[in-house]
Design a protein around this ligand. Structure first.
Ligand SMILES: Nc1ncnc2c1ncn2[C@@H]1O[C@H](COP(=O)(O)OP(=O)(O)OP(=O)(O)O)[C@@H](O)[C@H]1O
Ligand SMILES: [Mg+2]
Length: 291
């Protein structure tokens, strides 16, 4: 089954990589850490119409894998992360983490929400410490750990500021620090760098790769930035327009990931290939009428 609607050498290359993945949906014969199995999700707001956000989504993620999720606005990327995070109930299909069904949020899964979700009444330091409260660390160690992550995201000097006193990018960095500080095995990141300027974004990408190399984490990373996905991820799942489905999965192995790959021919071609897949869906999403 050929799922990539492209012609020429790129199409052939993409087809080979997808076959290499085992199958287009990335099933991995029992070695997956996260199993999303035929999951659909319908929002039923108290007012207005029901919205089918996800339809029959199946996806498996290996331990320590960095998976990027791309797709047009409204295709259900955030919904999928909320389900894996346990913030929404799985009503149709099943989601397993380490073989166990997800029923609620847990310290094994850290989520960076698309809209930061900081406590407005807490300072930067207190927001980050909040994530550490459940860990049984001595208070001095907790404070040190919070400070390390404040420094890491470049917020030294703003420890006592409240979210209302921060720019969008600073709020986002606080949210990232809060999640990284409690060191979850699984990171669910919903456009975590979306509000950052290009320079800070590039620094944060490098830091995230460093953290990911140092500590064994599995990452599901939602982004609209194709170049970011190709730079960071081992595999890239492209979702269809709403109702979201996994349209295709592309293996995205490069040797050592550093800034030098950004200029390589292989990298530029991969970005182009993925961008074409995403663009098809973005056009469909624009043509799609309300539910
Ligand atoms: N609380 C809700 N009530 C009703 N419908 C919702 C709710 N949250 C999301 N939706 C609908 O579900 C669909 C998927 O939303 P979701 O936020 O998961 O998309 P997304 O892919 O993350 O989009 P974006 O890229 O813009 O962040 C959208 O059509 C949206 O309108
Ligand atoms: Mg979203």
């Amino acid at each position: 089954m050929l799922l990539v609607r492209r012609t020429g050498p790129v199409r052939v290359a993409a087809h080979r990589r997808m076959r290499g993945a085992g199958c287009a949906w990335g099933r991995m014969n029992g070695t997956a850490q996260i199993v999303i199995d035929r999951v659909s999700h319908t929002y039923r707001p108290a007012r207005g119409r029901a919205v089918l956000a996800l339809s029959d989504v199946s996806l498996e993620v290996r331990p320590r894998e960095f998976l990027a999720l791309l797709g047009p606005s409204g295709c259900g990327k955030s919904t999928l992360l909320y389900l894996v995070g346990g913030f929404l109930p799985t009503e149709t299909g099943r989601i397993l983490v380490e073989g166990k069904p997800v029923v609620k949020p847990g310290p094994d899964r850290g989520i960076v929400f698309q809209h930061f979700a900081l406590f407005p009444w807490k300072t930067v330091r207190s927001n980050i410490l909040y994530g550490l409260e459940r860990q049984k660390l001595p208070p001095a160690e907790r404070t040190k750990r919070a400070q390390d992550f404040i420094n890491l995201v470049g917020l030294a000097g703003f420890e006592d500021s409240y979210p209302s006193q921060l720019s969008g990018g600073m709020k986002q960095r606080t949210a990232i620090a809060r999640t990284l500080a409690f060191d979850p095995n699984i990171l669910l990141m919903d456009e975590p760098f979306g509000a950052l300027d290009a320079q800070t974004r590039s620094l944060m990408q490098t830091e995230l790769l460093n953290i990911w190399k140092r500590t064994p984490k599995t990452v599901i990373f939602v982004t609209h930035d194709v170049q970011e996905a190709v730079y960071l991820a081992d595999r890239i799942a492209v979702m269809s327009a709403r109702p979201g489905r996994i349209k295709t999965i592309v293996e995205n192995k490069f040797g050592e990931r550093d800034a030098s790959i950004l200029r390589s021919k292989e990298f530029v071609e991969r970005v182009d290939e993925i961008w074409n897949l995403v663009r098809d869906e973005a056009i469909k999403a624009q043509e799609t009428k309300a539910p």
